[in-house]
Design a protein around this ligand. Structure first.
Ligand code: PLP
Ligand code: COI
Length: 356
């Protein structure tokens, strides 16, 4: 598939862009271009274009607007000390995208096309990758745009990549998060879509997130749907527990999103000699272990969030604090290890970085 590339003039001067990159926040400003491909029954993927970012024209009967056939990915491009740009494990995002596509009965996109699309956007919008601690968040996504109201997999899809300069996901000062345990809502059930990165999972989490915010919490931590006991993950991050004896526990895959940061943290921790166990951990144990001191640290991780400590957990029946409510040594060292690899400040023994 040959990409038709139509560069456009930037909406911003170099100086305006530089000031936009100083404190970009998360997901608020966007680069100049986008990549689009189309898929239809019979002709497969075609019409690959790299062009000015612009609104889509959509028929009101487009399938995605009614039944939510949509999936997405999130990955970051980092500026290395030598000025080059690097992607972190983009092949994993390409693979996960296809697993999400399969779950949502959508067409798979060849991994090479996924990566080529992301790289094309970086070629045109590379100037938008911030220096320092910022990064450029890349958002590949796919949606059903067949004009049809019958309930079945659509026969037309659009794949698109947009990019957004990003600073910290949490507002400054969030050294340790306060989490809300939803007594009412779950994120995913066995046989459901929890392991897929589909828009509907996030839509379903918003009411719980609203309640968390109303109680002064930063994020929701979801429990399993069947027993309402086992800690699963947050709305957009995976979770880890660091025990007194150095063992690290993280919930097993199944109904949670298989985070690429999660996988990288597991590998890094093991390479540093920690015993990492993918095992169920209950909210009761979490509280008891935090109170007794057997649990030393908790942290959450994801592409947007990076690695962030958990300081306090609240639920209807009360709350508990984790150690000194500050990032502990294991959290800090894994966070530094990961960030240094991503940003090209440390060796990359597992070849995770794909530098352009
Ligand atoms: N869990 C959920 C529900 C997410 O949306 C994300 C973000 O992508 C993650 C976990 C972390 O995944 P990753 O580390 O691949 O960004
Ligand atoms: C990501 O980390 O890429 C996500 O998709 C999480 C989302 C809450 C921004």
């Amino acid at each position: 598939e040959a990409f038709v590339v139509t560069p456009s003039a930037s909406r911003l001067s170099a100086q305006e862009r530089a000031s936009a990159l100083v404190d970009p926040g998360f997901g608020k400003i966007f680069t100049d271009h986008m990549v689009t491909l189309r898929w239809s029954e019979g002709s497969g993927w075609h019409d690959a274009r790299v062009r000015a970012r612009e609104p889509f024209m959509m028929d009101p009967a487009s399938a995605v607007l009614h039944y939510g056939q949509e999936i997405f990915e999130g990955l970051k491009a980092y500026r290395r000390p030598d000025g080059s740009i690097t992607l972190f494990r983009p092949e994993e995002n390409a693979r996960r995208f296809n697993r999400s596509a399969m779950r949502m009965a959508m067409p798979e996109l060849p991994e090479t096309l996924f990566i080529e699309s992301v790289e094309w956007l970086l070629k045109l919008d590379g100037d938008w990758v911030p220096e320092g601690e910022g990064s450029l968040y890349l958002r590949p996504f796919m949606f059903a745009n067949e004009v049809f109201l019958g309930v079945r997999p659509a026969s037309h899809y659009v794949f698109c990549v947009i990019a957004s300069p990003a600073g910290p996901y949490f507002q400054q000062g969030a050294k340790a998060l306060t989490l809300w345990v939803s007594d009412r809502y779950s994120r995913a059930a066995s046989g459901g879509t929890g392991a897929a990165k589909c828009g509907g999972n996030y839509a379903g989490s918003l009411i719980a997130q609203m309640q968390a915010a109303a109680r002064g919490c930063d994020q929701v931590v979801f429990l399993d749907a069947a027993e309402r006991r086992w800690v699963e993950e947050l709305g957009g991050m995976n979770i880890f527990f660091v025990m007194e004896d150095g063992e690290i526990i993280t919930p097993p895959l199944g109904t949670i999103l298989p985070g690429i940061t999660r996988d990288s943290i597991i590998e890094l921790a093991r390479s540093e000699g920690y015993a990492v166990r993918e095992a169920r951990y209950s909210i009761e144990d979490w509280e008891a272990d935090a109170v007794s001191g057997r649990l030393r640290e908790s942290f959450v991780c994801g592409t947007a969030a990076t690695v962030v400590a958990v300081g306090e957990v609240r639920r209807l029946s009360g709350s508990f604090e984790i150690a000194s409510k500050a990032p502990g040594p294991v959290t800090q060292s894994l966070q530094t290890r990961l960030l240094d690899i991503q940003r090209g400040r440390a060796p990359d023994p597992l070849h995770w970085c794909r530098t352009l």
